[in-house]
Structures are given as C-alpha cells and as structure tokens.
Design a binder for this molecule. Sequence first.
Ligand code: ADP
Ligand code: MG
Length: 325
Amino acid sequence: MRLLALLVLLLCSCSHGAENLYQRSFYSMGSTVELKLYSPSEELFHRVVDACVERTKEIDRLFSNYRDDSVLAEVNRNSGVRPVSVPREFLHLVRTSIRYSELTDGAFDITIGSLFELWRGETASGRLPEESRIRDALGCTGFRKIKIDEAKSQVFLEGDCVRLDFGAIGKGYAVDEMVKIAKRNGITRGLVNFGGNIYAMDPPAGKKLWDVGVRKPGSGNEIISKIDLVNKGVATSGDYERYFEHGGKRYSHIIDPRTGWPAEDVTSVVVVSRSATEADVFSTAVSVFGLRGARMFAQRDKSLGFLVIEKNGEKKSCFGSYVCR
Ligand code: ADP
Ligand code: MG
C-alpha cells in the first residue's frame, strides 16, 4: 500500500453540458494506470483508453528492464561492445534523461542499473552488498558514460558493465504520452494516474482547479496538505511502496549515485511540475538530495514546487511554487 497518497477531493461526476466523467483502469509495467476523463461519449472514452493501453505496451517494449526483448535490454547487453541502433523515441528519452541528470547535479541518473541490480540481488539473498562490490558498481555508473550518435540514432554505453534503468522516469513519461492521446482526441479535462505519477489536465467544467489532498504517511485518511492543480504533473516518492529489506531495516529503492547506497534523507516528497515526466524525475532527485535539494531545485526553476514531509507527517516544508496549506 502507498503510505503517501494523493486524494482527488473534487471529482464532479455530474454531467456538464455535453461531457460526462468516465473512469477505467488497466495494469501495465507492474502498476495500475487510472484514467478519469470527461468525454462527450462513452465510445470515444473507450477508444482513447484502448489507444493508451497500446501506447503503454509500446513504451514497455522500448524501456522495460523486465523483458529480454526490449530495446533497453539490447542496449544494456551491448555495454562496452558496440553502439546499438535504436528507435528515435528511445534516443529521445535517453537524451531527456541526460539533460535531467545535468539539471539535478547527477542525483537522477539512468545509469543506476548496475547498482540497483546489486542491491536488489543481494538483499533478496539476505545480504547487504559488500563495499568492494558497491565500489565496482559505482564504476559502472555515471551519465557521461552514455554516448549518443544523433545522425545514426545509436546509443553506446562506455564500459562493459553500464546498465540503463528508466524506473524513475518511465511512468511519468507514459502519463504525458497518454495525455497527448486524450488531447489529440479532443478530451481536455481529466486526470491520468500511473502508480502515483499524475497529470491533472483542465479541471471539470465550472471549476477553476483540481482540488487534491495529500494523505498523511501511514495514516488512514488524514489530509495533511492540499494542492490546487491545473495542467500540472505531480509525483510522490519516498513512500517505501517498494524497498529492499535487510536485518529488519528497510532501504529505499532509490539509490544515491554518489555513494552507491540507498537514499535516506527525506521521508516523503510531493513534486508539482510542468509535466508528469519532470515530476517523476524530481521526486527521485529530492529523495537523493533531501531538503537541500528541494530548496536548490526550487530556486533554480520557479515552476517547480515541493512538499517535503518528515517525521511521519509531523513536519512539513514547502518550496518554490508549492503553497503550504
Ligand atoms: P517510484 O517507482 O516509487 O515512483 P521513483 O520514480 O523514484 O519511485 O523510481 C525509482 C526507480 O528508479 C527504482 O526502482 C530504480 O529502478 C530507479 N532508480 C533508483 N535510484 C535512481 C536514481 N538515483 N536515478 C534514477 N533512477 C533511479
Ligand atoms: Mg521518480
């Protein structure tokens, strides 16, 4: 169960003029996609959701690290061996990820794969990774090891042990792609939620904003903060929905690319941003850099907003465009 969750408080299911609210969920990449859209017809709504299902399958074929036949698997297998020709979309998300690594001073880094696999494998076998192996995996980490050939649409990983992992950007990216599909089909009002990575489109007719509540970590339904949203991406992180466990201690599944150890700094963070992709990235980056990161990123980019929750909800800090309330 998600300890930290966003709750949409105002979802008017009444019909507004020509539009009605429709909802449908489906399962993809280990999480649930939930679409709540205002559509002029049920038929159009289901057509849009069917297209979203297909789109997430395409994204999975490109970026999944759970299947051997994905483009990602091919690129990773050829680390240090040869450049791999990839579809434009793959190249685009690699380029975007590198830009976000630069913007987050390396806190977000898709070359985290080797470290992540090490932590996952060792803790699954009841061990903590040995320091020497963490050091080795750190040697396989760093976004500057990714070489892109734009003209040939090729990706080369420098060194034989670099493993890309899109776990901290893929779902946010998929959300933005589904929003594009809805808009292309004339649907502008609604919410897309993919495992806590959300995009809030235009609000219901007659409303200026979406009213979203942030539930206190670990509590029933106590709301500790509210966010007004319109055309924004939102992500939560550090809720320990997924974690490594050893000796009764839980370790975050977000790894600090500087130390090779799981992030410890921040209990939970809510990020509000221009897109779901960006919110996804910055939720990971703030989990790595903690409060200091939230302050720094908000100062650099005024459109970013962060709510950092510490001590199980007893302490809240807000940064940038996030208005504490
Ligand atoms: P959630 O999956 O809970 O939304 P994130 O968006 O932060 O959390 O994604 C975490 C996943 O991203 C991990 O499971 C791993 O695959 C990958 N990852 C872990 N640490 C990093 C990091 N520092 N930079 C980029 N990706 C990471
Ligand atoms: Mg993320």
